[in-house]
Design a binder for this molecule. Structure first.
Ligand code: ACO
Length: 325
């Protein structure tokens, strides 16, 4: 059986940096509150003319260059995003055309912040079944576009960015196991009311601010603390790997307290957990591939290392994967 191995990684962060101090001037918040409650210090915000595909293309091109393969070699493109360019066509199709991946099928995957790790699982299954050999998975988000910049309980948390990974069929290593989950009873904890078929966008929905992201922070926080450690342990069990043998945890970057809880369940030291949340905030489906790309750039991924990816998000959803580098 073929294994799905990451042969290339890439990321893109928009140039504009917005610090906590910048946000103090917009809403009733403080650098101190944001740092102590979340760990976030700054975030990147996309330009007015940048949509999810624009960020995704840059991350995809970097990943293809790192993988040393051409866009025409791709057979499938999966874009994980909760902020697509538009409801349809899929952002994956827009990217497929613009990067010239003319031999690739393309679709979007919506699992909130868990989307990229869901995509890893889909890619691994397509490769293990022998259906495809080269797959590009992108996490691309511009949450700033659906942010209520008057709501201090959400606008301080998120940032924009994109990350991408090229998966290829190899004989050994690669993705050892994945685990996906959902609990739709938590759908009302994190949502965007208007713009879908339940409540099409109208002047009224805009006046009611229903096109913005809404979140009940506390239930999402409790869910995340419970789920991140559990999902990590479950995928390790599936792969037959002991937690003592994990070299690096690359978690979804939402809150340092949530990450610390997951690390504690796995009994990991600080240096075994990749954290870039202070720099970028929560970039949703882009956070895990951005973090993984940076870990590689910093030389933290060594041949044979066992790496756990874990995420949670709107849905509510969760996803984990364990891979051998
Ligand atoms: N600045 C100052 N005060 C604030 C701010 C702010 N930016 N936001 C909220 N507060 C206030 C609240 O109004 C509240 O005041 P009150 O006690 O007078 O009512 C107080 O701070 C405490 O608020 P809590 O919500 O209880 O704070 P908590 O410690 O739970 O932290 C947080 C809030 C950071 C949002 C936390 O709940 C959290 O991280 N939740 C998870 C969020 C998350 O990760 N979401 C992403 C999911 S992934 C996806 O798919 C997009």
């Amino acid at each position: 059986m073929s294994r799905a191995t990451i042969i290339g990684l890439g990321k893109y962060l928009p140039d504009k940096v917005v610090t906590n101090h910048d946000l103090e001037k917009k809403v009733d918040t403080s650098d101190e509150w944001i740092k102590t409650r979340t760990g976030i210090e700054k975030r990147r915000i996309a330009a007015a003319d940048q949509a999810a595909s624009d960020l995704g293309i840059k991350a995809a091109e970097a990943a293809l260059e790192d993988a040393e393969i051409k866009a025409e070699d791709l057979e499938l493109i999966i874009v994980a995003t909760a902020t697509p360019d538009m409801m349809f066509p899929a952002t994956a199709c827009i990217i497929q055309n613009k990067i010239g991946a003319k031999n690739a099928a393309a679709f979007d995957l919506e699992a909130g912040c868990s989307g990229f790790v869901y995509g890893v699982s889909v890619a691994a299954n397509f490769i293990e079944s022998g259906t495809y050999k080269n797959i590009l998975v992108i996490g691309a988000e511009v949450l700033s576009k659906i942010m209520d910049w008057e709501d201090r309980s959400t606008c301080v948390l998120f940032g924009d960015g994109a990350g991408a990974a090229v998966f290829s069929a190899t004989d050994e290593g690669g993705i050892l196991a994945t685990d996906l989950g959902a609990d739709g009873s938590g759908a009302d904890a994190l949502y965007q009311t208007a713009g879908g078929s339940r409540k099409p966008a109208s002047e009224q929905t805009v006046a009611n601010r229903e096109h913005y992201l809404k979140m009940e922070g506390t239930p999402v926080f409790k869910f995340a603390v419970k789920t991140m450690g559990k999902a990590s342990l479950k995928v390790l069990k599936k792969a037959g790997i002991k937690k003592e043998d994990v070299d690096l945890l690359v978690p979804h970057q939402a809150n340092t307290r949530i990450i610390a809880a997951a690390a504690k369940r796995l009994k990991l030291k600080d240096e075994q957990v990749y954290v870039n949340l202070p720099e970028y905030g929560n970039t949703s489906a882009a956070s895990v591939p951005i973090a993984l790309t940076e870990a590689k750039e910093k030389g933290l991924l060594k041949k044979g290392d066992k790496i756990v990816l874990v995420a949670f998000g709107a849905g509510l959803t969760w996803a984990s994967a364990v891979l051998e580098w």
